[in-house]
Design a protein around this ligand. Structure first.
Ligand code: HEC
Length: 142
């Protein structure tokens, strides 16, 4: 309850004066390649990054907003790519995939630079989201 309240307050605060996001910042540049590594290791690394406040210039972690699936809307259960309200309203993107969603939350709520497109960190957070957060969300039938 407390964490849920905290996340609602921080989302309102951090997204408050929300502007626009250049869709190019959340679109993989042509010719770039995602980091490839052992999936199990990537998920493990992604889990650590999910709790890492140093990724944000505001001292928050992904987990700070998303504890127990908070902030995720129904469509998070759909296979990627899928439409996401925030991506549509702020960047005009009609559909977004998991790694783009990492970049989106890095830029908007985390108030940080997007991660390098070939980085292990981006691959790790993407793998963690797909294999753990999304899988858990689907299993809960939310
Ligand atoms: C200050 C709060 C906040 C923080 C911190 C935050 N997010 Fe989010 N995130 C949101 C909100 C709000 C949404 C819902 C957007 C929507 O559905 O329009 C969201 C949605 C998502 C989604 C689901 C989108 C979908 O497909 O339905 C993913 C994945 C995600 N965030 C990943 C991350 C990652 C990775 C981080 C850390 C790098 C992070 N978030 C940090 C607020 C936050």
């Amino acid at each position: 309850m407390y964490t849920k309240l905290f996340s609602v307050i921080s989302v309102t605060f951090l997204l408050g004066a929300c502007g626009k996001v250049d869709p190019n910042l959340v679109t993989r540049p042509a010719g770039s390649k995602a980091f490839e590594g052992d999936r199990v290791e990537l998920v493990k690394e992604g889990k650590a990054l999910w709790n890492d406040t140093s990724l944000s210039t505001k001292g928050i972690a992904c987990q700070g907003c998303h504890v127990n699936g908070a902030q995720f809307k129904k469509y998070f259960a759909q296979a990627y790519p899928h439409p996401v309200d925030m991506a549509k309203s702020m960047a005009g993107l009609t559909s977004i995939d998991a790694e783009q969603m990492v970049q989106f939350c890095m830029i908007v709520p985390m108030k940080a630079e997007p991660l390098p497109w070939d980085s292990e960190k981006l691959a790790a957070l993407t793998a963690y989201i797909e294999d753990e957060e999304q899988a858990r969300f689907k299993a809960k039938g939310m």
